[in-house]
Each structure stands twice: as structure tokens, then as C-alpha cells.
Design a protein around this ligand. Sequence first.
Ligand SMILES: Cc1cc2nc3c(=O)[nH]c(=O)nc-3n(C[C@H](O)[C@H](O)[C@H](O)COP(=O)(O)OP(=O)(O)OC[C@H]3O[C@@H](n4cnc5c(N)ncnc54)[C@H](O)[C@@H]3O)c2cc1C
Length: 463
Amino acid sequence: MSKTQILWLRRDLRLADNPALYHAAKAGPVVCVYVLDDESPKHHAYGGASRWWLHHSLESLSNSLARRHAKLILRRGDAVEELCKVAQEVGATTIHANRHYEPWWRKAQGKLAEKLDLQLYDGNFLMPPGSITTGTGGQYKIYTPFSRAVREAYPPRDELPAPETLSSPDSWPASDDLADWNLLPTKPDWAGGMRTFWKVGEDAAHERLDAWEADVDDYDDKRNFPSVDKVSRLSPHLHFGEISPIQIWHRFKHKRSDGWRTFEGELIWRDYSQNAILQFPAYATQNYREDFDRFPWRDPATNEAAARDLKAWQHGRTGYPIVDAGMRQLWQTGWMHNRVRMITASFLIKHLLIDWREGEKWFWDTLCDADYASNATNWQWTAGTGVDSNMFSRIMAPLTQSEKFDAARYIRTYVPELKGIDEPYVHDPEEFGRRPAGYPRKIIPHKAGRERALAALKAMKEG
Ligand SMILES: Cc1cc2nc3c(=O)[nH]c(=O)nc-3n(C[C@H](O)[C@H](O)[C@H](O)COP(=O)(O)OP(=O)(O)OC[C@H]3O[C@@H](n4cnc5c(N)ncnc54)[C@H](O)[C@@H]3O)c2cc1C
């Protein structure tokens, strides 16, 4: 009988198109292991919303494996140590895993390869990160030439089927009980909005893709309008690997619409973000542009007004309806529409002059699609501190954005105080003298915020 194989699962919680599982199953009986390792990622251990998602995703995968008479083994602790223990318990010497690019996972992969036969595969991206190189063999730093090169290098790999059968080892190693990990909030249980908004797991990811298929051709026109439900909302499914971008690509590859081309460009942004952290592992915590290390941020740790402003932003009480709707959608559902993520991020960094890393941290805790690479890339992009051109002076005007992208219905949904306010007043009730008593005044006027931000940029440049 062939030797038992270990499958190490992380952000690839699916059976279909999972190269590591596919190859492990061909090699012998498979023990699927998920290790909850809160130590290795340090400040990037999963936040609250991600933990909620993870619980349900593991539960769903475990049920799918049970239907194939297999088990999901859960362990908690240092991933490398736990995997070595499981390998010893079942007499395995080979571990199969899909490559991950977060700096702590790269380190763990290196350590594990010294101890066991680690077989790594490319599973979670359109093109393997690091494989798209410039004419001189270097890595692309900027999105546009990267995306062009990705399209030139097409097609992505073929989609793999789920293994038809999984053979079991002689005996199963011990597993933790998922409930004992306390991934779900209890006191208080803040996840009611998430339960209503989401269905989690591999089947749910495919149901979402099926439901959204009719909208892909309209994506180019509709994706910027938060009141209209026309984006895919696949991000947490993609983050946890319940569906792969390869599966999505093969589903739509024959389409010729602008909608699909733009959507495909977003999947390439996802690949691009991984390439960014491959080149700059500390991208989530360090400015790429070092001149921003002396930027005069208002520090909430030492400045009371800044601390108050940060709290108002986090709780959706800035007096800017579009910002408040976005922050409350995030709190309620663990997700926010992309256009509104851009507006809220710009507001924190520029109007409130608070370091983008405070925003990155808050999103990390509250987004159920919180992704080390995508979060860092987008925050640095908005702040102008990243590898792209310096965008700091592009200060989004929240009220103009709200009108331009027709956010009235979105605002009324997430800011109940403004439910009864008509257009155009709902975009800026204070300006029109329609501010209800329970809704805050603007914490800083737009013009004053803009001027303060530009003065700070000037001070940094001159300093
Ligand atoms: C400040 C800020 C922080 C962000 N943090 C995250 C994060 O932690 N995790 C995350 O997945 N996305 C992040 N994004 C990117 C984007 O907002 C989300 O991917 C998108 O809103 C998810 O919704 P969707 O699945 O409906 O996306 P769609 O518009 O349907 O796009 C399809 C998929 O493409 C990918 N994608 C789309 N836009 C981007 C982008 N700008 N960068 C990288 N990938 C993209 C996502 O996987 C998404 O699911 C952030 C954006 C901003 C401005």
C-alpha cells in the first residue's frame, strides 16, 4: 500500500482545482490538516471577521471531506511543529501544499522543507507569482505593464477536477474540535449581519459565481455604483480559496465584453498584489517611499483629537454620509464596496491626516476578505506611499463622489438616521440644513481637510 500523504491547507479550502490535493490524492491515502497558527503571522493573525469566515469555511470543508469518508484534522500552534507531529503520528514523510506568499508562510515553507519532503504547487493565482518577468528578467513593480505581460503570457494553467475518491490512512490522527477554537464571537455576538449577508464554503462560492454570471457583461458600467449590487462579492471566497481564479477564468474566457475584460483586470490586480509582497514582504507595515517616514501624521496615540477622529471614522460617525455608510457596511457585513473603500481610505489618510497603517489595521480586523497583499497594496496606493506614482495629492471629495456614483440608496440602507432624506440632500444633509439631530456634523469641512493635507505634503517635501 502506498505511503500516507499529508495535505497542508491554508487559504485553499476547496476540493476542486486544488493542485496540492489533486497530487496528494494520486500519491496515496491523504490526511488533510489545517493548523490555526496565530503566532507566526504576529500582527497579521486573523482578525475578528476573518475568524468568523474561517470557522464556517472549515466546517463546510470538513463536511465535504466527510462525504468522501475523509477527515479534516485540526491542530493549533506553530504550523511547522504541528505538521511534523502529524507526519510522525501517521508515518508520513511527504507534505503537499499550495504555495503561499505572505512572509510568515514563506518562512514556514522554508523551515518545513528542511524537515520533510515538501511538495509545493501553484494553486491560488492566475499566473504563479514571480513568474511574470520583464524583458531583462526582473519583476514588474507597476500594475499596467504587469497586467499587459500577464495577458501576453496567457493562458493560465488548466483547471483540475476534485479527486473522485480519497483513500484513508490506517488510522486518523487526533483532531481539535472546531468549536473549541472559539472563532465565532459570543459576548457580544456581533456577527448577525454577516450571517444574513453571506453563505460560506466551496458550494456557496460556486452558487455566488452562478448567480453573478449574468452580471459580468455589465461589470464595466456598474461596478462603481455602490447602490447597485453588480460586483461579484467573491473576495472572501477567493481569499480563503473556496474558489480559484483559474476556475473563474475558464468559466468566462470565451466572453468578449468590456465587462469581462475589466473584471479579469481585477483578478490580475489580485495577482499583482501577491507579486508586490513577494518583492516587498513588509509592504503592510512599511512605507515603500521612505520620504513618507517623516510625514507629519496626526498620531491617535498622542493626539486626543486624532484619536476621536479615528474612532468617528471606525464607527461611521464622520458626518460624511458616504464615508459613514461604507464604515457601517463594513461593521455590519464584514465587507465594503470597492469604490467606497477608496473613498473611506482617502478620507482617513487625507482629510483626517491619519497614517494609512491605522486604516490597514482596522480593515484587517473587520474585513472578512482581509488579505495581507491586497489590503497593503490598496492602502499604499491610496496613500501615495507605495511603488506606484505618488497619489497623495489626489484627494477624493466624498460629497462629489457620492453624487457622481449615485450612492443615495446605499446611504439610506446603512445610515438609518438618513433614511427619510431625499436626493440631493442625502449626500450632504448638513450643507442643505437637513441634518437630523442624531446624525453628526462633519468632523472637518472638506476644504479645510484638503488644505491641511496639501500643507502636510508640502511640509514633508520641504522637510
Ligand atoms: C483601502 C482598500 C483596501 C482593500 N483591502 C482588500 C483586502 O483586504 N482584500 C481584498 O480581497 N481586496 C481588498 N481591496 C480591493 C477591493 O476593494 C476588493 O477586492 C473588492 O471590493 C471585493 O469585492 P468583490 O469581490 O465584489 O470585487 P469585484 O469587483 O467583483 O472583483 C473581483 C475580484 O477581483 C479582486 N480585486 C478586485 N479589486 C481588487 C483590488 N483593487 N486589489 C486586489 N484585488 C482586487 C478581488 O479578489 C475580487 O473578489 C481593498 C481596496 C481598498 C481601496
